[in-house]
Write a protein that binds this ligand. Sequence first.
Ligand SMILES: Nc1nc2c(ncn2[C@@H]2O[C@H](COP(=O)(O)OP(=O)(O)OP(=O)(O)O)[C@@H](O)[C@H]2O)c(=O)[nH]1
Ligand SMILES: [Mg+2]
Length: 235
Amino acid sequence: MNEQARIKVVGIGGAGCRVVSFLIETGHSNVELIAVNTDWACIRASDAHRRIELRGVSIYGLGSGGRPVWSEKCAEACANELREALSGCDLSLIVAGMGGGTGSGAAPVVARIAGETGALTIGIATTPLTVELCKRNCVAEEGLSMLCGAANAVIVVPCEELLAVTGRKIGIADFFAAMDRVLCEGIWSMIGLATGSKPADISFPGVKAIFRHGCRADGGKDGILKVIEGFFRMN
Ligand SMILES: Nc1nc2c(ncn2[C@@H]2O[C@H](COP(=O)(O)OP(=O)(O)OP(=O)(O)O)[C@@H](O)[C@H]2O)c(=O)[nH]1
Ligand SMILES: [Mg+2]
């Protein structure tokens, strides 16, 4: 059991920042929560422990409007601030919804920087609903592939899988609130595993060894915990 593992959770873009807000509501004292966005109003409204407004390209703080290349440039321009915020931890969880510009473009840069600080870096990324624009699905695929290249492991949570559970009659706001809850529960479970609180015999170095492989895992409707437990069983 290792309760000393230093953990940071970084939410990127609208979806990532919402998950961070949810994590704050559900509380955990040992974890630093960081919100990163090109949408400065979203950042200013966030009660994350650390808030980073991405700037560098003329997007006027209004989000990237679906342009991952702009967000990537902004994240590179803010690399020093990101590095400083991300340093000093053992495990970085990088959370983003793939399909928009900020999560898809900036999360891979944030993951790379987190890895450079020496932290084990795990991406937690949602993929869009099939009803979302075709362009969003293409942007998501590309963003995901970049994130997989930058993080030690990426846990993919397809929105479509949750829709299969909630049914299609649910409103979009309720649906994404449910998605936030699933992600939030999965993240706390993962932190429980990483800090050794569950199961008790798994040490943080063990978690580190398992996720060092740089693989991609599908979360699906059973949530993230099953995936994590799967990794432990495999090893
Ligand atoms: N969990 C969750 N996912 C969301 C939410 N809103 C949208 N998404 C999903 O996340 C994807 C990315 O959306 P956003 O996070 O809003 O986009 P962004 O990264 O801020 O990108 P830009 O606004 O284009 O700069 C969408 O295509 C949806 O699939 C939300 O409130 N919660
Ligand atoms: Mg946005």
